[in-house]
Design a binder for this molecule. Sequence first.
Ligand SMILES: [Zn+2]
Length: 109
Amino acid sequence: MDVHCSTCNEPWDVYHLQHEAIFETSLSVAEAEAWQSLSRVQKLSDRYREKFKAAGWEFGQTVINVIRCPGCPKESKANPERMETKATLETLLSGDEDGLAATFEDYRL
Ligand SMILES: [Zn+2]
């Protein structure tokens, strides 16, 4: 399944976001592996958000909701309507990451 970046529209594979993007950060391999077993909320704690941001990633409440990605042009801004739609779906499908990914894919978000 693919979801799209809210800023540059680049498609990203959900598996990559859930399991591989963390290895692009400055975390050690051991830390990145430990991250995988954290809860949804812990995965995007301030500490990890900062690490992701340094690697070019910004997410909503889950890593499925890509607001900015490493492919985004520097000066580009996220599409506000797209961000709002994705945030609403994310709230509706809270706790159901697979359902959220499938919905984003259906609507090409
Ligand atoms: Zn992007």
